[in-house]
Design a protein around this ligand. Structure first.
Ligand code: 6GU
Length: 226
């Protein structure tokens, strides 16, 4: 899979060279390229923003650098073009699964009060456009949101996570929260590991874990059970 990320702070994404996603890039499974939006400016000050038409607080990202960037990165293969935005659809594990199936993703990180609206319309001529939010709170820009999305998507690409079985027993994969985990010692600071996990009875362990998943989901995330 190829992923392009356009940002005025490309060094945010240095962290994605660490750990499993770094290994996936070394192995050629993931081709992740980060780009500085200012590369596509033409003026001496490399300007990416301007005042909003109609007035109001803050600055708006100019359309021209984004147009040039998209022309260079969405070259005929009709990628999925994702703009992180608190005004977008909410990102879930289902979104991650859907996007992990694509060959080419382009992420455009907005800053300031946002990107000139015409950019989204133009991008739709080059690929499938998605505005995606991490949730109902506001970040200063799309970079941190894109890091989260790239990690959630990247780990679903076959071969990125060494043991594919560890993918299926996680929170959200079956619509429920994950069951609790324990390791040695069996008693720690007067707290014992639940007896059933030491029993060797695999049927009883599976039943206990399912019960724990349901109970936790009911308690912490009742919205997932609706
Ligand atoms: Cl995707 N962007 C910004 N700026 N804020 C957010 C977000 C995205 N998701 C939640 N808050």
């Amino acid at each position: 899979m190829r992923i392009d990320v356009v940002s005025i702070f490309p060094s945010y994404f240095d962290g994605l060279t660490l750990s499993l996603l770094g290994k996936a890039q070394d192995a050629g499974i993931l081709d992740l390229r980060t780009h500085d939006l200012r590369t596509w400016t033409t003026d001496r000050h490399r300007t990416v923003d301007d005042t909003p038409y109609g007035g109001g607080a803050g600055m708006v990202m100019k359309p021209e650098p984004w147009g040039q960037a998209l022309d260079d990165l969405a070259t005929g293969d009709r990628p999925t073009i994702i703009f992180p935005s608190p005004a977008g659809e909410v990102f879930t594990q289902a979104t991650a699964r859907e996007l992990a199936d694509r060959d080419h993703l382009v992420f455009g990180c907005g800053r300031y009060e946002g990107i000139d609206e015409r950019v989204f319309d133009y991008a739709a001529e080059l690929g499938e456009v998605r505005l995606i939010s991490l949730g109902d709170y506001v970040l200063n820009g799309g970079e941190v949101a894109v890091m989260a999305m790239v990690e959630a998507i990247g780990r679903l690409i076959p071969g990125v996570v060494g043991n594919p079985e560890s993918l299926v027993e996680e929170s959200h994969e079956d619509g429920l929260l994950e069951y609790p985990s324990y390791t040695k010692p069996s008693v720690w600071r007067d707290r014992a590991v639940p007896e059933v996990l030491l029993s060797g009875n695999h049927g009883a362990i599976a039943a206990w874990r399912s019960e724990q998943q349901l109970e936790r989901t009911r308690e912490r995330r009742p919205d997932l059970l609706d």
